[in-house]
Design a protein around this ligand. Sequence first.
Ligand code: UT7
Length: 333
Amino acid sequence: MIGRATAGLEVSITGLGCKVPERVMTNDELSQFVDTSDEWIRERTGIRERRIASQEEALSDLALPAARAALAQAGVEGAEIDLIIVATVTPDMAFPSTAAIVADALGATDAAAYDLSAGCTGFMYALAQGYGMLAGGLARRALVIGGDVLSRLFDWTDRSTLVLFGDGAGAVVLEAVPQQGFIGFELGADGAGGESLWLPGSGSRIFDEADRHIKMNGREVFKFATRILVQSAEDVLAKCELTIDDVDLYIPHQANVRIIDHATRKLGVPSDRVVINVDRYGNTSSGSIPLALADALADDRLRPGMVVLMTGMGAGLTWGSAIMRWTMDGAAA
Ligand code: UT7
């Protein structure tokens, strides 16, 4: 699916907030569980540490503070939100949705609220849906949250997955704005690659042995990621009649610094226009892009008028890009 925003109602991000668990887990700590090393993890992934939720922390415990911060920055009350989408593969529970839990806590009594599952691409899918609902006149103010507590799905004996992921969440408020905001989106899915990154035994399909841990063919996902980050970005740029030179800030999914470097080189993005924070958080799945946006804002690298390109990819296999003109002033809360 690819589309260019139609002129008329401009929609943009007007508030941004993030939350990660307090607990930092270093590579050295992980090497107490599995046969790995700080050196291997840094060299192959660029990751130094990640945040891990406590036993008491569920997704909504991260999503709620992130949402409250985003609302505060936008100057919007919970009751004024009429759409809440939580992109996640680790909701508090299958139902009620985490979005409904968040809506209740925020007093968003008029909001449609649902969770969305698109792996690490979830935030990009949710952003496109939020945009579409606002541009189509179905909603006036949306809260789009991306976050995961993937540590709940770890096999703590599997070094091939354990070292990559971390926990975190980010939230944005979407509203109509007077100037250009979102410019276009490109989203896709290739179910044929589904078993490259999956969680068998987590739904209605019965497996011989119930298995509730992430399973991944790292090399296959690596090949997919390096191809799709470039393809999706090029497609959305072409659709919006822009080139990579128009992009002021590139925010790729934070999965692996080698994947990001490859995409950056192929696309021809100068390194000072790329946001990287996978070293501090690992791959936080749907939290990855909002956390990177927040870091860029905090570092004063994101200012009104800048063209921002974001591309996510993940389980499904799925991918998604968005281009927007940044409209918000001020640091993330
Ligand atoms: O949102 C999407 C989420 N998933 C991803 O982004 C994953 C994409 N894939 C990757 O990032 C990389 O494929 C990995 C980081 C997972 C692996 O890196 P790689 O360079 O593709 O390594 P590899 O799988 O080819 O393994 C190289 C060696 C193997 O040993 P041998 O067979 O050469 O003796 C592995 O057994 O490294 C070994 N290995 C490890 N060694 C230490 C695999 N994992 C580890 C580890 N620590 N954690």
